[in-house]
Design a protein around this ligand. Structure first.
Ligand SMILES: [Zn+2]
Length: 181
């Protein structure tokens, strides 16, 4: 477990470049990156951008644990709906489907397919979006799955906890240690 940086150190570093939010080496967190936010209990609760993270540090609402992780000073209760994944990003669909066409397993020229086509009322939601290669996408076209002889490798699902989901695919080593908190 990373030792928390004392808030005095964080403050000194933040104030050492005259309030400029530029790319100083003195910043306690890495600029132009996504920052993991931990609750006071060390439970991951959000991934935020570096500017918001700096605001939390300046307001002394958080302390920097490392260049990519901050921890809230006070424990906050998170409404359930904030933790559950809602609208997925394209990147999240690619990750969930392991960068593979869900119809034929191809790993090249991938796109996102609506299982129920938009023209038939299909929505941009987790269980209606899958990765498909361009030829499967063309083959399926505007048809419902039942109208084709195509099969999904598995039923598309929504991850229970979007923060844990993001962490389980992270390539940021500093985040990995908080995965199973
Ligand atoms: Zn395919």
């Amino acid at each position: 477990m990373v030792k928390p940086m004392s808030s005095n150190v964080a403050k000194r570093k933040l104030h050492s470049h005259n309030g400029d939010t530029g790319m100083s080496d003195e910043l306690p967190i890495a600029p132009y990156t996504q920052i993991l936010v931990l609750n006071n209990s060390y439970e991951p609760i959000n991934v935020t951008n570096w500017k918001r993270a700096i605001v939390l540090l300046l307001k002394e609402k958080a302390q920097a644990l490392s260049s990519r992780v901050i921890r809230l000073v006070n424990y906050i209760r998170i409404p359930f709906s904030k933790v559950v994944a809602q609208t997925p990003s394209r990147a999240m669909i690619y990750k969930r489907d392991n960068n593979k066409c869900q119809y034929c397993g191809a790993t090249r020229s991938l796109t996102i397919d609506h299982v129920i086509p938009r023209s038939k009322g299909g929505k941009d939601v987790w269980d209606n979006l899958v990765i498909a290669c361009s030829s499967c996408n063309v083959k399926k076209g505007d048809k419902l799955l039942e109208q084709t002889n195509m099969k999904l490798a598995r039923k598309p699902f929504a991850p229970y906890n979007k923060v844990q989901f993001a962490l389980s695919y992270t390539e940021v080593p500093e985040w990995q240690e908080f995965l199973f908190v």
